[in-house]
Design a protein around this ligand. Structure first.
Ligand code: PLP
Length: 460
């Protein structure tokens, strides 16, 4: 039996397994909280996106968004699977190159790139720096002059289309901080032409947000970009070589519909994420091939993060305390993993399916409230603000108790990469199950000694 339709998850001996390995055993061995990932699933996801889009538009390149899960091993797996890379900082660029990506396979995004970051992008001859503003274009030209090397760029435009996803993860409207308004783009193209020795505009880019679950949001944004580009082509004879539609491919987060009764319909819809990659690919390619075919030879770029790693990892934690709140008639369990391990829950009111990994065949029908260990009222796995974005109760086996392992599924995206040491808690380790079934420590579970890294004593 698969869990949540994720092929690498299965059940054996009442335990959750990933790629045939016992999650409970791995957690017992390495300690919790712990992220456990599947090399096979990451590889399959890269290939699935590539193949889905290449079926409809052969000249498609998938640039994995490194920020979703930035472990060196994950970057290496994406590289070995034939993926390219999207980075958002000099640090991610550094790690990407350490993982084996060549500059020509890297795209660099960001709203506040430093001169040093721009310089390293230019020196490493990356495929494109996605320019965020007219000012930044000038900064890139000046840096290119100093480096005596031409910079490749895409212009990030604001399509002003809402993705319909929770506020805080929308990135394609005028309210957000990202990109350049269309009306500024012609002047940027003129400026680039005047400085063509130092800058080559290779095309246009947008990214409207994560977990974009309406096909219309992708299509409306693309329509804005293509209509604009078609006009620019007419007026300035500038034809983009690359059209980069960003990331945001959604994944389904639900085991079943029980959570729907506790959640706002729009949030529930968003987290169901039923839109398939194939549907998006077919519709996007259809649009790209319209417009009298002027864009049919363009390279189509995607920057998926969540879709590549989201369902490839589980996060396992252990129940460390329990209580019954008589006044509220509520049962609570307290885990060793809180928002220090998975800050997306607090930041974006995200929902992750949870199962009791060591009692997985027992009926999960007993409502409990679940909290993390931090000295923070908001460190709970439910909607603390009372907006009903998240379910208040999670369904667990009636026997759930201290010492049980709770696995949170589909925690591969924006989990490990947003961990912190808040409350003096060492960061969780990351174990990857290799394709041959062996376990690889991608990131060692931290110790108390790691809490002192880079700190100095004034007493000694
Ligand atoms: C510019 C850009 N590209 C790609 C992504 C990846 O998005 P996702 O993980 O939803 O695919 C992000 C994430 O926010 C982004 O900001």
């Amino acid at each position: 039996m698969n869990i949540n339709n994720i092929p690498q998850l299965s059940i054996k001996n009442n335990h959750l397994h990933m790629d045939g390995r016992d999650i409970v055993e791995i957690a017992g061995h390495y300690g919790t909280p712990l992220y456990i990932g599947s090399e096979q699933r990451i590889e399959d996801n890269v290939r699935e996106v590539q193949q889905a889009f290449q079926k409809y538009h052969a000249n498609t390149t998938v640039h994995y968004a490194a920020k979703a899960e930035t472990s060196l091993a994950t970057l290496e797996i994406v590289h070995m699977a034939g993926g390219s890379l999207e980075v958002n900082s000099g640090g991610e660029l550094y790690k990407g190159m350490r993982a084996g990506f060549a500059g020509k396979n890297i795209i660099f995004n960001g709203v506040a790139k430093t001169e040093k970051e721009i310089e390293s992008a230019i020196v490493n001859e990356i495929k494109a720096i996605n320019v965020d503003s007219p000012f930044e274009l000038e900064r890139i030209v000046e840096t290119a002059m100093a480096c005596k090397k031409q910079a490749n760029v895409l212009l990030r435009i604001v399509p002003d289309v809402a993705s319909g996803v929770a506020k805080g993860v929308e990135t394609g409207t005028h309210e957000c901080k990202f990109g350049t308004m269309l009306e500024d783009v012609p002047a940027m193209l003129h400026y680039a032409k005047e400085h063509e020795k130092w800058v080559c505009v290779r095309g246009f880019h947008f990214h409207i947000g994560t977990q974009t679950y309406h096909l219309t949001s992708f299509l409306e944004s693309l329509q804005v970009l293509l209509e604009f580009a078609a006009n620019i082509y007419k007026e300035m004879q500038f034809l983009p070589e690359i059209i980069d539609i960003g990331g945001g491919l959604p994944i389904p987060y639900f085991i079943d519909a029980t959570a729907s009764q506790y959640m706002q319909p729009s949030i529930y819809q968003m987290l169901r994420g039923v839109l398939t990659t194939d549907e998006i690919a077919e519709a996007v390619a259809g649009k790209l091939h319209a417009y009298d075919g002027i864009f049919k030879d363009c390279e189509l770029l995607l920057e998926p993060g969540r879709k590549i790693v989201g369902d490839a990892f589980v996060m396992v934690s252990r129940v460390e305390n329990k209580k019954y709140r008589r006044a509220m008639n509520e049962n609570w369990i307290m885990l060793d993993a809180g928002l220090n391990v998975m800050s997306e829950v607090k930041n974006y009111h995200w929902y992750f399916p949870m199962v009791c990994a060591n009692k997985i065949t027992e009926p999960h029908m007993y409502p409990v409230k679940i909290a993390g260990p931090l000295c923070e009222s908001g460190d709970v796995w439910m909607d603390y603000d009372g907006h009903k974005d998240l379910p208040d109760f999670r369904m667990m086996p009636e026997s759930v108790t201290v010492g049980d392992y709770i696995a949170m599924l589909e925690t591969g995206a924006y989990g490990t990469s947003m961990m912190s040491r808040y409350n003096g808690r060492p960061m969780a380790g990351v174990i990857i199950i290799r394709k041959d079934g062996s376990l690889f420590m991608a990131k060692k579970p931290e110790t108390y000694e790691d809490l002192l890294t880079g700190e100095f004593s004034i007493a000694e």
